[in-house]
Design a protein around this ligand. Structure first.
Ligand code: AMP
Ligand code: MG
Length: 267
């Protein structure tokens, strides 16, 4: 699998409507599930080194339309990792002190420290998505944010954070099925929120906001990947492979032991 296929180049025009949300033909689900298991094993090992080395900081941003599969991807790809060293930060509608500050205030305090992998379940990008679609601030304010977002991430990257951003891409039909399943299945009903239907009615507005976000904020130091997410197993395969590749490039190593420790005999 060539992960570059899914990467958005800086300033590349993006039309989600032209990108395939389905798994490529010829990939077998059972094979893919085996490959996800292999990739998460590799990821576990790399993560242990990253944590032991305590040098790198890794930020994974997950964005998607409602029901896009952020929660499932977090469970499947990051669930098998050692919870020491992995943190999930979920961003809901801002409240209280969050609203009293600039929109990046609550984001910055959740960014990873050394040795850590942090997954953003929604992120600073909501401030050019839901905020735009619902007109929560005037257009000139959310437009200025494209500039803030790339500069904020540039600062993080220059100060040593590795950033990978995944947009989980599903079709409108797939969303209908997933919402219907939330209504029909008593074990999924807790996830259903009647507000989801109002959001679904704004599908085209969201897609326009996603298209512009992807094209304006994909950079060499913090690229966006559009992950085909109609099939959960393919989504998990792409994300887990992407993380393996990212961590391999960092080449984390267990720290060298002090030579005197190596010969210590425990009484
Ligand atoms: P969920 O991810 O289903 O728990 O929903 C979280 C909700 O918080 C979604 O409806 C988001 O659109 C909303 N949300 C997240 N960030 C913001 C933001 N910056 N401004 C307004 N709403 C937000
Ligand atoms: Mg929701």
């Amino acid at each position: 699998m060539d992960l570059d296929t899914y990467r958005i180049a800086p300033d590349q025009p993006v039309h989600l409507a032209d990108l395939d949300p389905d798994a490529p033909a010829g990939i077998d689900k059972d094979d893919a599930l085996d490959q996800v298991a292999d990739a998460t094993d590799q990821l576990s090992e790399l993560q242990e080194r990253l944590y032991a080395e305590g040098r790198h900081k890794v930020l994974v941003v997950l964005q998607a339309i409602d029901t896009g599969g952020k929660d499932g991807a977090i469970r499947k790809v990051f669930g098998p990792l050692n919870p020491q060293g992995v943190r999930i930060a979920s961003f809901k509608a801002p409240t209280g002190p969050e609203l009293a500050h600039d929109y990046l205030w609550r984001i910055h305090r959740e960014t990873p420290g050394t040795g850590e992998i942090v997954v953003f379940n929604r992120s600073h990008y909501e401030d050019v998505l839901v905020v735009r679609v619902h007109g929560l601030v005037p257009e000139e304010r959310w437009r200025a944010r494209y500039r803030h977002l790339v500069e904020f991430e540039r600062m993080l990257a220059e100060e040593g954070t590795t950033i990978v951003k995944c947009f989980l891409h599903i079709s409108r039909d797939e969303q209908r099925e997933r919402l219907q399943a939330r209504v029909d299945d008593p074990t999924k009903r807790w996830k259903f929120n009647p507000g989801d239907l109002e959001e679904r009615a704004r599908w085209d507005d969201y897609v326009a906001a996603f298209d512009e976000m992807l094209s304006r904020t994909s950079t060499a130091y913090a690229p966006w990947y559009v992950v085909p997410a109609n099939r959960k197993w393919f989504r998990d395969l792409v994300i887990s492979r992407l993380l393996v590749e990212t961590l391999r490039n960092l080449d984390p190593r267990f720290p060298e032991a002090d030579p005197s420790i190596v010969t210590t005999q425990i009484a």
